[in-house]
Design a protein around this ligand. Structure first.
Ligand code: FMN
Ligand code: SF4
Ligand code: SF4
Length: 414
């Protein structure tokens, strides 16, 4: 069995159950602990206990790793019952008493509304951090993701300054506590945010892909749309992977815990392979529950065993070989495929549907009687191959693309 231990976070596996209804109060943290993640983030207090959320198209798609979305605002939204720092610290103490010792407890400090509300929020946050350290929390998380990014609304250029300042306030208040900076990838330059987090002394940064979104069904019946922060889904993963791979390519060494759209193991693998040491589980924990999260952990283990990844060091950042692929190799792969597209002729299985002609923008294919035929104007762009319903236009795309990697010795896991 692959070793899932993450030394950068001292966690038994790379999964962090992120701040959400699944981590609201001690009761839910202890319930989430059943999936045995590396860490759980206790949700911040006094700002609504959060209601349900919408999974589109449905949970079957979500559980099977197909494209799916997640959006806030279905079902009743209730107020938080934990409203004071004292109560919050009691929750922390209870969790520390009752939760397995090998699961880390990260706790949230502050809320963007504190800043918006004015007043002495720095003093308040510093006090929270000190009390939470005393209560036994393992790390502090600062929420500069959505909805934290709302702080930057209308004064977007303050975001980075605010981030640096908040980390420094925390470092001063609780110098020996790890400070996790959860970051937005919308409305600001996340690479700069990660640089700032590293320079200000944060223990880790969590680039997180969730946005303000407006999702609704066209018949308006089933969706209770509430536009605003809290839209995510599997389409988020490539964006968060990019931000992570870019940070690593730019030489950032701060441990990362990226999040966004991890509904099955493969998205988690992508985030880790892009160079993150850990992965957040948000919507999956809330809407999929502990069983779905347990499955992701198990499936990651299986994937690593099947593909020869012994430990997290061998998996993390492995896809940087792809991200950092040099221009010549990119061109070689592109041209090899283009040559194959250009050379391939229409096979006998053509049924004369004409779709290929419809998507060809170079007069590279035409109808001759009841079948299509290539012309010498074909440039090998490949559109027609993608729409042919019978395989009459076909090239061995995977083999052609993989061959260039093999020749250059770019291999997974080495
Ligand atoms: C229902 C719900 C409520 C959330 N509430 C918060 C919150 O109060 N504070 C916060 O920092 N993040 C919150 N998040 C974001 C998650 O902590 C996590 O970063 C994000 O959901 C990860 O993306 P994913 O849902 O695509 O996995 C929430 C997420 C969900 C699904
Ligand atoms: S590969 Fe491109 S240019 Fe050639 S026939 Fe197909 S669509 Fe036209
Ligand atoms: S899309 Fe395929 S089946 Fe249809 S006409 Fe073109 S080659 Fe023939």
């Amino acid at each position: 069995m692959a070793d899932l231990y993450v030394k950068e976070f001292d966690m038994m596996n790379p999964f962090v159950v992120a701040s959400s209804p699944a981590t609201q109060g001690a009761r839910n943290v202890l319930k989430s602990a059943a999936m045995r993640p590396g860490a759980i983030v206790l949700r911040n207090f006094g700002h609504g206990a959060g209601g349900g959320s919408y999974i589109g198209p449905d949970s079957k798609a979500m559980f099977s790793g197909q494209m799916s979305i997640h959006s806030h605002a279905v079902g009743r939204q209730i107020k938080d019952t934990i409203n004071t720092l004292e109560q919050y610290c009691e929750e922390v103490q209870r969790i520390k008493r009752e939760m397995d010792k090998d699961i880390k407890l990260w706790v949230s400090v502050g809320h963007y509304s504190d800043i918006k509300g004015g007043g002495d929020w720095e003093k308040d946050w510093a006090n929270q951090a000190k009390e939470l350290e005393r209560a036994g929390a393992d790390a502090i998380e600062l929420h500069f993701n959505t909805p934290g990014v709302a702080v930057a609304k209308d004064r977007i250029f303050d975001y980075h300054q605010l981030l640096r300042h908040s980390i420094e306030v925390m470092k001063k208040a609780v110098p020996s506590m790890p400070i996790m900076a959860k970051l937005a990838i919308e409305s600001c330059d996340v690479l700069t945010s990660m640089r700032i987090a590293q320079a200000a002394g944060a223990a880790a940064a969590g680039p997180t892909a969730r946005w303000k979104g407006f999702y609704f069904d066209l018949d308006w019946r089933t969706t209770q749309a509430r536009p605003g922060a809290g839209y995510g889904g599997t389409q988020a993963t490539p964006l968060v992977c990019y931000s992570i791979a870019e940070a690593r390519t730019e030489g950032l060494t701060i441990p990362l815990y990226g999040g966004g759209g991890v509904f099955s193991y493969d998205q988690a693998v992508r985030i880790l392979m892009s160079g993150s040491q850990a992965v957040q589980l948000g919507a999956l924990a809330c809407a999929g529950g502990t069983k779905a999260c347990e499955k992701v952990i198990k499936d990651l283990n299986r994937f690593m065993d099947d593909n020869g990844y012994r430990d997290m060091d061998s998996l993390c950042g492995d896809a940087l070989k792809l991200f950092q692929m040099d221009k010549d190799l990119t061109a070689l792969r592109q041209n090899r495929l283009a040559d194959a597209y250009q050379e391939a002729q229409v096979a006998d299985s053509c049924i004369g549907c004409g779709r290929c002609v419809d998507v060809c923008w170079h007069e590279g294919i035409e109808m001759r009687g009841k079948a299509a035929a290539k012309t010498d104007k074909c440039i090998g762009c490949g559109y027609c191959f993608q729409v042919c319903p019978t395989g009459a236009l076909h090239v061995e795309k995977e083999r052609i693309l993989a061959s260039a990697f093999e020749e250059q010795g770019i291999v997974r896991g080495q």
